[in-house]
Design a protein around this ligand. Sequence first.
Ligand code: 13P
Ligand code: SF4
Length: 330
Amino acid sequence: MTVTDVRANTVDGAWFAEVRELARDRDAVLLAHNYQLPEIQDVAHHTGDSLALSRIAAESSASTIVFCGVHFMAETAKILAPDKTVLIPDARAGCSLADSITADELRSWKAEHPGAVVVSYVNTTAAVKSETDICCTSSNAVEVVASIPADREVLFLPDQFLGAHVRRTLNRQNMHVWAGECHVHAGINGAELTAQATAHPDAELFVHPECGCATSALYLAGSGAVPADRVKILSTGGMLDAARASRATEVLVATEVGMLHQLRRAAPEIDFRAVNERASCRYMKMITPEALLRSLREGTDEVHVDPELAARGRAAVQRMIAIGRPGGAE
Ligand code: 13P
Ligand code: SF4
């Protein structure tokens, strides 16, 4: 199936043409995260994971960025490109994970660990980023922490499951992890994963490290219940690379269900199944076709970041986009 076929299947042609024309008139680049509705992914100029979209935002020559994703992603684009106009089609598109730590809480935590290096997941507010040394995404969290001298204490926030994955991978003891979580990924639990893996014994498992079931996935691999080479802990961009390289006929996917659209485009011959079909992020789904049209017609909702906070957070975000693999978007 070609990209054009997929577009024809999922997108209203008149809407698609109007969105692209309005984007041209505004000199806007349309960015969409992998969890967006299929029609939004298809109309965007670039669809990808958090790291890839941040890099594109930083490098784009367009004067306007329309970020089809959640608020912290649009804020990150504004921090990286302060002279550009950044729009999000619905500013109410928040993130339960970003809400799990405030800048005040981070300042108190830092006071308990003087000299520690603060690593914040990109799923944080601009205020939290302004208190951060290096940001990371799920695709480069391991490399970011590995870049910190081994004798320095690390404060990793806010996702406990991603933090546990990094600590396990690097076997790093001097790393403290904040107990935050994303309600969507935390809800994909080990019991569900085990039941699905048992029902589909030949399937590969693609598991996002924010998931509550990431530890169970490694247990299944470690116990031999699923061959270890079939269990992959991956960011959303990493899942696409793995799908293109896979020889499996069936893959169980543990992440937000919007991801299935890109996976099916990348490898139409594979049967991708959600481990939890109810794992849908209501914030991501606030970016509707109508909201995108309104955004382009009316220039709403514009994202502003306090210039002082942006200046304090910029170095941390720039370190993030400099570390880790290229790609993760198309
Ligand atoms: P990635 O695209 O970086 O894997 O992020 C997942 C996520 O939860 C974004 O909200
Ligand atoms: Fe935030 Fe979770 Fe939604 Fe991602 S899926 S935007 S981490 S609430």
